[in-house]
Write a protein that binds this ligand. Structure first.
Ligand SMILES: NC(=O)C1=CN([C@@H]2O[C@H](COP(=O)(O)OP(=O)(O)OC[C@H]3O[C@@H](n4cnc5c(N)ncnc54)[C@H](OP(=O)(O)O)[C@@H]3O)[C@@H](O)[C@H]2O)C=CC1
Ligand SMILES: CCCCCC/C=C/C=O
Length: 308
């Protein structure tokens, strides 16, 4: 499981990483240790997940052994309340302290949404995104992070970042699975040399925040049939599809057997298989951002700007 994509900086990112959102305290540390023991070399974190301290303790144990810090690609994310340029370095340093690291491999603006400390919202225009970006560039200059990027950004919002950027965004981390394939956004990012990470690659099954009245992605008949055909699991089909369509992907599990399963994707989907999965796209977002729109500053339309 050593395959990587190259970022615009020339740094390499392993194509499969371990997701840690909703990986609970008390189990997340073991999950990270299991993942690294099983060959993962990429861990996806975020300050808002509330579990970076426990992940940091796991890193401390792991890096005292044969696996070294530089062997593992670590991502984290800047939360909505920390976008003011003067707050960015402090937010990154807090994450570094919690994770017990001297640098991150990748730091992403988690959402194109600004919030105050009390949770109230500021309009997107209130903090020019270019100013947040300059503060992130300064963190690269100081050696606190190797690559910087964005998450949940539309093509229009990525373009705004690119306009004033001295350091190009290396990544746009977006929701992407069979039900939400975002071909235009993917093509746009790749055309600019920006890599895409597919989050919720399994369609986040069982997530209590979402409505699963329709079949979850991994329960879809077409995916199940492909799994049978290749003698793998539905999850492995989803992860293989993500990689074969040119994205990095970060399935989350805290169960050792699934962590192993999700990284065992050394088979090939045929062109016909890829077409069958392409036909499942229905533009369905699970992480639809509706939690950002119960105020006067953000709407779903202003957040996602169509499919762009
Ligand atoms: N940038 C952003 O805004 C966002 C980023 N993310 C990132 O992406 C990661 C992955 O996305 P997430 O939403 O967690 O969803 P995933 O699509 O990775 O699904 C995770 C769910 O699938 C279960 N699961 C894992 N492996 C298998 C398997 N092999 N078979 C059956 N079920 C399985 C997990 O349960 P169990 O743990 O019990 O195995 C969990 O309930 C997050 O953890 C986070 O790191 C996610 C959302 C938003
Ligand atoms: C207060 C938690 C809100 C989570 C927002 C959505 C982010 C999901 C994962 O990155």
């Amino acid at each position: 499981m050593d395959s990587t994509f190259t970022l615009v900086s020339g740094n390499k990112i392993p194509v499969v990483g371990l997701g840690t959102w909703q990986a609970e305290k008390g189990v997340v540390g073991q999950a990270v240790k299991d993942a690294i023991e099983l060959g993962y070399r990429h861990i996806d974190c975020a300050a808002i997940y509330g579990n970076e301290k426990e992940i940091g303790e796991a890193f401390k144990e792991v890096f005292a052994g044969d696996v070294k810090r530089e062997d593992v690609f670590v991502t984290s994310k800047l939360w909505n309340t920390m976008h003011a340029p003067e707050k960015v370095e402090d937010a990154l340093k807090k994450t570094l302290s919690d994770l017990g690291l001297e640098y991150l491999d990748l730091y992403l603006i988690h959402w194109p949404v600004h919030q105050n400390d009390d949770g109230s919202f500021l309009p997107y225009e209130a903090i020019p995104i270019g100013d947040t970006w300059k503060a992130l560039e300064a963190c690269v200059d100081k050696g606190l992070v190797r690559d910087i990027g964005v998450s949940n950004f539309s093509a229009k919002k990525v373009k705004q970042v690119l306009q004033g950027a001295r350091i190009k965004p290396a990544m746009n981390q977006i929701e992407r699975h069979a039900y939400l394939q975002q071909p235009k956004l993917l093509e746009y990012c790749l055309s600019e040399g920006i890599r895409v990470t597919a989050y919720s690659p399994l369609g986040s099954p069982g997530n209590s925040m979402y409505d699963f009245s329709e079949k979850a992605v991994i329960e879809t008949e077409a995916i199940q049939k492909l799994a049978e055909k290749h003698n793998v699991t539905a999850a492995q089909v989803c992860i293989r599809w993500a990689i074969q369509s040119g994205t990095v992907t970060i399935p989350k599990s805290t169960k050792r057997h699934r962590i192993q399963e999700n990284a065992t994707v050394d088979f090939k989907l045929s062109d016909e298989d890829m077409k069958e999965i392409a036909a499942l796209d229905k533009g369905h977002r699970y992480c639809d951002g509706s939690f950002w729109t119960k105020n006067e500053h953000y709407t779903l339309e202003s957040l996602w700007e169509g499919t762009e």
